[in-house]
Design a protein. Structure first.
Length: 278
């Protein structure tokens, strides 16, 4: 197995050092273990995808009510993997309309003029054999836009019932989102904008109101991703055999990316490293 058999392009999701550390990358892309077992779907992920699709259909000319109803129906089909996520699923359905409506309100405030939706953008980078890029949520004439949804989470009360806790909108874009947007911005040769929404409102960030999204910090964010791509590329040139790569990469099973992975799968990954419990 060679690098070209594993990676066709460097997407931000394959590079972000926080959300995809190298041990997780090896497990997800090289181990042969089902990727859906490494990165299992949950209600927030599915709700975010359906909200994006509803928004995209609206931008494409579908009446908003119809777009919401269609994708909300799709969300009802998702089978939550456990009891807590079942409660999460109910909250996502409860607030789905409000989240999509806030995406629309944010688009109107931005005076969004859509050129394309889910457009693949890519570019080359110094020292990297493959292209770097990905699929942008919205491409406008002068800006690319990434949309991020925040869903309320359930918490168990003392009486055994569930209540909900609102996920606040970030006061600044997250580092991971900045890195992703920086890659897309460089690939599209346009500045970036990030829209965060929850069921209560929205927040819009770009270079006019966020220092981290000005040209120099975004260039630094892209450089971080380029250097990660170079390091991972060079490791894969040594070998794409996970057993060999474990000699060069130390695992950290205490990292949060492993929290939602079944214990059985984590043990399979530990076995690749020859992990000795105790």
């Amino acid at each position: 197995m060679t690098m070209s058999n594993v990676i066709d392009m460097w997407y931000p999701s394959r590079l972000d050092p926080d959300n995809c550390p190298m041990d997780y990358f090896i497990a997800k892309y090289l181990s042969g273990i089902d990727r859906e077992r490494i990165n299992p779907a949950n209600s927030k992920m599915r709700a975010g995808g359906e909200a994006h699709r509803a928004f995209e259909h609206y931008l494409g000319g579908t009446p908003l009510k119809e777009a919401i109803e269609t994708q909300k129906h799709e969300l009802t089909k998702f089978n939550a993997p456990n009891a807590k996520d079942h409660e999460q699923h109910k909250l996502c359905l409860k607030h789905f309309d409000a989240v999509v409506n806030n995406l629309v309100l944010a688009a109107k405030e931005c005076r969004m003029k859509v050129e394309d939706i889910e457009q693949l953008v890519k570019t080359n980078a110094k020292g990297i054999d493959l292209n770097v890029g990905g699929y942008v949520d919205v491409v406008e004439q002068d800006v690319i836009v990434e949309c991020k949804t925040k869903w309320p989470t359930p918490f168990l009360k003392a009486d055994g019932s569930y209540s909900e806790r609102t996920q606040s909108l970030p006061k600044r874009p997250t580092l991971s989102n900045l890195r992703q947007t920086a890659v897309y911005s460089r690939a599209a040769n346009k500045p970036g904008r990030i829209i965060y929404v929850n069921h209560k409102g929205y927040q819009i960030y770009d270079h006019t109101n966020c220092p981290e999204m000005q040209s120099e910090p975004m260039a630094q964010a892209f450089e971080t991703m380029r250097l990660v791509a170079r390091a991972r590329q060079n490791l894969l040139k040594i070998s794409a055999d996970p057993k060999i790569l474990t000699r060069y990469v130390e695992p950290n099973f205490g990292h949060y990316v492993w929290n939602n992975v079944d214990d059985e799968i984590v043990q399979q990954v530990k076995d690749i490293w020859g992990y000795l419990d105790g």
